[in-house]
Design a protein around this ligand. Structure first.
Ligand code: FES
Length: 73
């Protein structure tokens, strides 16, 4: 079975370890080092919140023609 996962965040979540180190967790879904952020979220900066985007492996962006109902949880 395949599934589509929609990410709406455009920046990482920062967690601080017990040692005081910052860990950047990918929230955009584009990182090549997932679950850690690799800076790929910069590709999402131009996104319009009212559109659904699709990215290829090279992070080329296109607007999806599919209409998807989403529910934020
Ligand atoms: S939040 Fe996904 S790469 Fe940075």
């Amino acid at each position: 079975m395949a599934r589509i996962i929609i990410h709406t965040k455009k920046a990482p979540k920062v967690e601080v370890t017990e040692k005081g180190d910052s860990v950047y967790i990918c929230m955009c879904g584009l990182s090549q080092t997932y679950p850690l952020c690799d800076g790929s979220h910069s590709s999402t900066r131009s996104e319009d919140d009212n559109e659904l985007y699709v990215y290829d492996d090279a992070h080329n962006q296109s607007i999806s023609t599919q209409k998807v109902n989403t529910k934020k949880i």
